[in-house]
Design a protein. Structure first.
Lengths: 122, 111
């Protein structure tokens, strides 16, 4: 059974940093691209970042470019999101999602975690 | 403002068919066959319903179908059931500086 379990969310002050983690199991992690998608309270889905199977291809939404860094450790079956210079508008539920392909260009996410909540507030 | 445009809401009665549109540009929906649709019930994670415009993942009922014409993709649900009531989101690969764009979401109400 595929499982994606996010962790690392919490309450953080504006300008501070937070690192999210996603532990994957039930599939061959290093065969697939992975993504972070967020959803602000009461709002729609927003793609945040994606990384190919070998970390050779990485993309970011314009809203987080230069502040967030995605990475993965295939030996640990884990995906990460380093979030710096956090803003109030980054407040959201952050989902980890598995891509159906290796490079992420298909933009099809067949498994999702339950999300970890990030709240940016003073 | 979302990159892909969806109607805010649609509704239908049980047994009827509804269609949700998703309009983009030639840089995303119109340029690639990489459109996906997701269903999200309140408090739950999204679920993939359609990928690559018209393909259904295993386990998704064939009442759900997808299509595309030009810069607009569509999700059609036939034989509406009460459990179909949810939010639906489209997404697409994009050749812009980002990789993926989502629509703003459509709330489906089954009357």
């Amino acid at each position: 059974e595929v499982q994606l379990v996010e962790s690392g969310g919490g309450l953080v002050q504006p300008g501070r940093s937070l690192r999210l983690s996603c532990a994957a199991s039930g599939f061959t992690f290093d065969d697939y691209a992975m993504h972070w998608v967020r959803q602000a309270p009461g709002k729609g889905l927003e793609w945040v970042s994606g990384i190919s199977w070998n970390s050779g291809s990485i993309g970011y939404a314009d809203s987080v470019k230069g502040r967030f860094t995605i990475s993965r450790d295939n030996a640990k079956n884990s995906l990460y999101l380093q979030m710096n210079s956090l803003r109030a508008e980054d407040t959201a539920l952050y989902y980890c999602a598995k891509d159906m392909g290796s490079y992420g260009q298909g933009a099809s996410f067949d498994y999702w975690g339950q999300g970890t909540l990030v709240t940016v507030s003073s | 403002q979302s990159a892909l445009t969806q109607p805010a809401s649609v509704s239908g009665s049980p047994g009827q068919s509804i269609t949700i549109s998703c309009t983009g540009t030639s840089s995303d929906v119109g340029g690639y066959n990489y459109v996906s649709w997701y269903q999200q019930h309140p408090g739950k994670a999204p679920k993939l319903m359609i990928y690559e415009v018209s393909n259904r993942p295993s386990g998704v009922p064939d009442r759900f179908s997808g299509s595309k014409s030009g810069n607009t993709a569509s999700l059609t649900i036939s034989g509406l059931q009460a459990e179909d009531e949810a939010d639906y989101y489209c997404s697409s690969y994009t050749s812009s500086s980002t990789l993926v764009v989502f629509g703003g979401g459509t709330k489906l109400t089954v009357l």
